[in-house]
Write a protein that binds this ligand. Structure first.
Ligand SMILES: [Mg+2]
Length: 108
């Protein structure tokens, strides 16, 4: 199991050593950019998609550190939440199959 807090420390130390700031808005933009790079490579059949995914996660971990989030806890909790969710199958007007989440009091 990966220790997110240790990774965050490593990421923040690297940023500090390189002289990067902690601008959360800029980091949101960079995370989008990295995801776009991943899609572009995937779409063109180029290698390096996994490395771009890693870049996205690095930015997410850095932002989580700066915003005080425990991203590991959030991730584990969200995976469990998704497991407990119920969906119903629907057919759209154009005949395509889709799913709609059934909302509950606990998960509105
Ligand atoms: Mg990249």
């Amino acid at each position: 199991m990966v220790d997110f807090k240790e990774l965050q420390k490593e990421i923040m130390e690297n940023r500090r050593q390189k002289g990067f700031g902690n601008d959360v808005v800029y980091d949101f933009c960079r995370a989008y950019e990295e995801l776009s790079e991943a899609f572009s490579k995937y779409n063109k059949g180029e290698p390096g998609v996994a490395e771009e995914f890693a870049d996205v996660i690095i930015f997410l971990l850095g932002m989580s550190h700066n915003l005080g989030f425990d991203l590991e806890k959030e991730l584990v909790g969200k995976i469990q939440k998704n497991k407990n969710r119920q969906y119903k199958k629907v057919i759209s007007a154009d005949g395509k199959e889709g799913f709609i989440r059934i909302k509950t009091d606990e998960d509105p």
